[in-house]
Design a protein around this ligand. Structure first.
Ligand code: ADP
Length: 240
């Protein structure tokens, strides 16, 4: 399997080249395809996807104290607290499967989260690579409204662009597909407002401070084509 290798410029060319974990930050609005691209990158690089949205939904499904505290905000399309998501990500990236790197999907979403992420990455000496999936607003609305998800394996489908073989049924495990509670139209609008106000401004933070920012047009082409662009940009990360 492919593994991930990054070197700092200082290390390149020296005899003892040291590997550093890579932190791939998938950045983009709701419906930009972060989850779909994350899954391609997982298969390609063999590093785990850390989706804060999935982790939070897991707590809601489990009905624990965290789940009960966040359910109202999530179903209304509002962000949950920075402290909570920072803590969840902190715990997750210290698990052994993150040793060679990880993909952050849906995090950071606020300036406070971006600053916390920087501290975490510095502590684990991870190299940051930001992928910005750029998508037109109207495309986003039509994508999200047709979106269905398998409650068991998390596979995403879309009525128009990626329908299941049998309507309403997951191709992989036969589960009945569902619409996420927060994919209802009025909630989608609130999520997009939150994105515009709290998250989009982070692109300037990344432009000014990250070592590596890749902007990919993710509006028109299919997800495979978007992934090919990402692969071409990141091919130096792979060691066979
Ligand atoms: P999308 O990117 O399509 O909005 P996600 O699954 O990433 O979907 O997020 C769904 C919801 O989970 C958000 O609307 C928000 O309530 C919550 N959430 C996810 N990630 C974060 C985060 N980093 N900070 C705050 N809230 C978050």
């Amino acid at each position: 399997m492919a593994s991930v290798k990054t070197t700092t410029p200082r290390e390149t060319g020296s005899a003892a080249v040291e590997s550093r974990p890579v932190a791939i930050v998938l950045f983009g609005s709701p419906g930009s395809g972060k989850g779909t691209q994350a899954k391609y990158i997982v298969d390609w690089l063999g590093i785990p996807q850390i989706s804060t949205g999935d982790m939070l939904r897991e707590h809601i499904r489990g009905g624990d104290a965290i789940g009960q505290a966040i359910q109202g905000r999530m179903n209304a399309g509002s962000l949950v607290s920075d402290e909570l998501v920072n803590q969840l990500v902190f715990e997750r990236i210290h698990k052994p499967d993150c040793e060679h790197g990880f993909i952050l999907d849906g995090y950071p979403r606020t300036t406070a989260q971006a600053e916390a992420m920087r501290r975490l990455l510095a502590a684990s000496r991870a190299e940051e690579v930001v992928i910005h999936l750029v998508v037109d607003y109207n495309v986003i609305i039509s994508r999200i409204s047709g979106r269905r998800v398998c409650p068991k394996c998390g596979t995403l489908y879309n009525a128009v662009s990626h329908p299941p073989k049998t309507e309403g049924i997951c191709d992989l495990d036969g589960s009945r597909l569902v619409t996420r509670d927060d994919d209802r139209e009025e909630v989608v609008r609130e999520r997009l407002t939150q994105y515009e106000n709290q998250t989009r401004p982070l692109i300037d933070f990344f432009r000014n401070t990250t070592g590596r920012l890749i902007e990919v047009d993710a509006s028109g082409d299919g997800p495979e084509q978007v992934f090919k662009c990402i692969q071409a940009e990141l091919k130096d990360l792979v060691r066979r």
